[in-house]
Design a binder for this molecule. Structure first.
Ligand SMILES: [Zn+2]
Length: 188
């Protein structure tokens, strides 16, 4: 994958140019362009930012999943990238949309940690040995305008599969359902 991520307007341009991205009409629940149940607005800790529609009609949008997967890459370890389970994007879009509606404004997701190489994961204090971050099924993030506890509560209400409560971020993954824990480690 050799996608250049840049500012979100530029990314919209790329996706539009491929003809696969139609600006969706705002839903009742989300009057905003960048936030909704079918899309994600996210920035990684490297500064790459995307606002893309990953779900169109009744299927995942391949180009958007590629772009998001690249944003999820382990930029701390040679830009190693894997395809991310798109269900994760759906979980995060639901959390982002519901809390944005509560806030009355679109709230950006700041991704602290997406994909991790097994090598780098093994060096991190507090990281599970077989972390879902390695297999591209997890994200650690914060949501602008909200405390991690608020994000945790919403994610719990939405029944995401795996949910970790940390002081400074929230972990969500698509592993076995019903897993809940409180962590204290400062993983990145
Ligand atoms: Zn995590």
């Amino acid at each position: 994958m050799a996608y250049e991520l840049s500012r979100r307007s530029a990314v919209f341009g790329i996706v539009s140019a491929l003809g696969s991205f139609a600006l969706p009409k705002p839903t009742e629940a989300s009057p905003w362009e960048e936030v909704g149940y079918d899309r994600l607005w996210v920035r990684n800790a490297n500064g790459d930012e995307l606002a893309v529609q990953h779900w169109v009609g009744e299927r995942y949008e391949v180009q958007a999943v590629r772009l998001l997967s690249w944003l999820w890459r382990d930029w701390r370890d040679a830009d190693a990238a894997v395809y991310i389970d798109p269900m994760l994007f759906t979980f995060l879009a639901n959390i982002q949309t519901n809390l944005s509606v509560n806030a009355g404004t679109p709230c950006l997701i700041n991704l602290n940690s997406g994909h991790r190489t097994a090598r780098r994961n093994a060096t991190l204090e507090g990281a599970a040995k077989h972390s879902y971050h390695i297999s591209g099924r997890a994200g650690d993030f914060t949501l602008r305008s909200f405390l991690p506890d608020d994000v945790y509560r919403m994610a719990s209400n939405l029944n995401v599969s795996g949910l970790g409560r940390y002081r400074t971020f929230t972990h969500v993954d698509t592993g076995a359902t019903g897993r809940r824990w409180a962590g204290k480690g400062l993983t990145l």
